[in-house]
Ligand binder design. Structure first.
Ligand SMILES: [Zn+2]
Length: 259
């Protein structure tokens, strides 16, 4: 959280500022700036430059500024505020209130107003010239063939592989569990054990889940969301959900229909 659904909303919101000229950037805490290039490089790359385009790859929001790019990562609790408005009032693990010390990055425009990142936990970051090639195909657009390549011959569990941003980008913990629940696939299975028919199921579940949850308004409104707790039950068959840690994240699944 935020996962690709939330970052896509941020992208649409940031698109409002395309065409504006950047007058300054502010970072209250320099540790929020990732990568080898420091504040001086960031300021000279952005000062008096135009915001040309806003793109998204996985959970990375990319601002194309002049002939450079600036990547924004939202970590667990990051929100984007453009012209004082945010497309998401509240994330699952944070509060809606904006505190001054939670403002991590501000880009001010010559035409007035600003684009800011608010991130209470501070696990996000920004990076000049982020390496986009490190990210796998975006989950919202991944083809069946690309999915096969991403999972092929891997001994990693299905859940860990779907979380691995280098293999497929954009999915976080909640979307992964909902996708696998809908596809009826056990998250603990090694990827290499998947049959072609199961890969078809997974590919269509990824597309369908992203579409449905986007319409509902976020990664946190899946069908199993309310059941992600002790004694939570499967909405399909009433079995008690199981829990374990996979890929470093708490995973919930149904022992009855996820095989
Ligand atoms: Zn079930």
């Amino acid at each position: 959280m935020p996962e690709l659904i939330e970052v896509e909303l941020y992208r649409k919101s940031a698109a409002r500022a395309v065409g504006r000229t950047i007058s300054s950037v502010t970072l209250p805490n320099l540790t929020y700036l990732k990568g080898t290039q420091g504040l001086d490089a960031l300021q000279s790359a952005t000062h008096n430059q135009n915001l040309n385009q806003v793109r998204r790859k996985g959970k990375l929001l990319i601002l194309d500024i002049g002939d450079r790019s600036l990547g924004l990562r939202f970590g667990m609790t990051g929100r984007l505020v453009v012209d004082g408005k945010t497309p998401i009032e509240r994330l699952l693990y944070t509060t809606p209130k904006v505190q001054r010390n939670h403002i991590r990055f501000v880009m001010t425009f010559a035409q007035g107003s600003e684009l800011a990142m608010v991130d209470p936990r501070g696990f996000g970051n920004i990076e000049l010239q982020p390496d986009e090639t490190k990210l796998g195909p975006d989950a919202a657009n991944i083809s069946r063939q690309e999915l096969g390549v991403s999972l092929k011959n891997s001994n990693a569990t299905l859940k860990a592989r779907l979380l691995n941003q280098q293999k497929i980008s954009g999915l976080g913990n909640l979307l992964c569990d909902e996708i696998l629940w809908r596809a009826g696939l056990d998250p603990r299975r090694p990827c290499r054990s998947l049959k072609e028919r199961e890969l078809d199921l997974l590919a269509s579940s990824i597309k369908r889940t992203i579409k449905v949850l986007t319409q509902r308004g976020g990664s946190h409104v899946g069908d199993i969301q309310d059941q992600r707790r002790k004694t939570g039950i499967c909405p399909k068959d009433g079995s008690e959900l199981h829990r374990c840690s996979l890929g470093g994240r708490t995973t919930w699944w149904c022992p009855e229909h996820q095989r």
